[in-house]
Ligand binder design. Structure first.
Ligand SMILES: O=c1ccn([C@@H]2O[C@H](COP(=O)(O)O)[C@@H](O)[C@H]2O)c(=O)[nH]1
Length: 235
């Protein structure tokens, strides 16, 4: 769980395979998001598993409870390590997601961890207040969504590492804080608004970091990965 999760944001399986070839067969924790999954379909998951990688399937489900329940049942059959929903879908939807996952997990297999996106790391406080009509501070919104996810029985949340300490204090250390918005020092934030380095994420109490462009767009992705791993300091 603790190794850095690499976001495989690529347009095709060919690009993904070429990227992974640079990692010399090292077993990784990878994240498959909408870009790759929608281009390749579920077959990609089997290929990544055959290569020995752990998988966070980041499809961020957000729909009515029945649809999410049935979709999660299908996703459970893919036998990935972690999946997610948007906490904004509400407690009934999150509970339905959990029911679907439980129902779809094959006998003898472990249910994928289920986490909820609180506020996307590409969202700033001003944007949240103006566009979502949530008038409290962003930190409070993240904490409230984290508490809702916890009360709904989920295993953790997606948040910025900037909020990890507060969530730990309110909910406890076992609740997962999976944190994207990670950049190596000197790399541009791009569309991310709440950004920290791997080292700072560890100091702030993140359970896991998700790193995309600081690795995938680096001149030497494997060296960038080793740098992230060393700064993150957890295997
Ligand atoms: O709040 C969120 C939730 C998910 N993500 C995903 O993480 C990666 C981050 O990529 P970078 O290139 O390191 O910015 C990407 O796949 C997002 O979909 C997120 O950034 N923030």
């Amino acid at each position: 769980m603790h190794k850095p999760i690499i976001a495989l944001d690529f347009p095709s399986w060919e690009d993904t395979r070429e990227f992974l070839q640079g990692f010399h067969g090292e077993p990784l924790y990878v994240k498959v998001g909408m870009e790759l999954f929608y281009q390749t379909g579920p077959g990609l998951i089997a290929s990544l598993k055959e290569m020995g990688h752990d998988i966070f399937l980041d499809l961020k489900l957000h729909d009515i409870p029945n649809t999410v329940r049935q979709s999660m049942k299908g996703l459970a059959a893919l036998d990935v390590n972690m999946v997610n929903v948007h906490a904004a879908g509400g407690s009934e939807m999150m509970e339905a997601a959990l029911e679907g996952l439980d129902a779809g997990t094959r006998a003898g297999r472990e249910r994928p961890a289920l986490i909820a996106v609180t506020q996307l790391t590409s969202t700033s406080e001003t944007q949240m207040q103006k566009e979502q009509g949530i008038l409290k501070p962003l930190r409070e919104s993240v904490l409230d969504y984290a508490a809702l996810a916890y009360e709904s029985g989920l295993d953790g949340v997606v948040c910025s590492a900037l909020e990890a300490r507060d969530i730990m204090d309110r909910i406890g250390a076992a609740f997962l804080k999976v944190t994207p918005g990670i950049r190596l020092a000197g790399d541009g934030a791009s569309d991310q608004k709440r950004v920290v380095t791997p080292e700072r994420a560890r100091e702030l109490g993140a359970t896991a970091i998700v790193v995309g462009r600081s690795i995938t767009k680096a001149a030497d992705p494997y060296t960038a990965y080793l740098k992230v791993k060393q700064q993150w300091g957890k295997e």
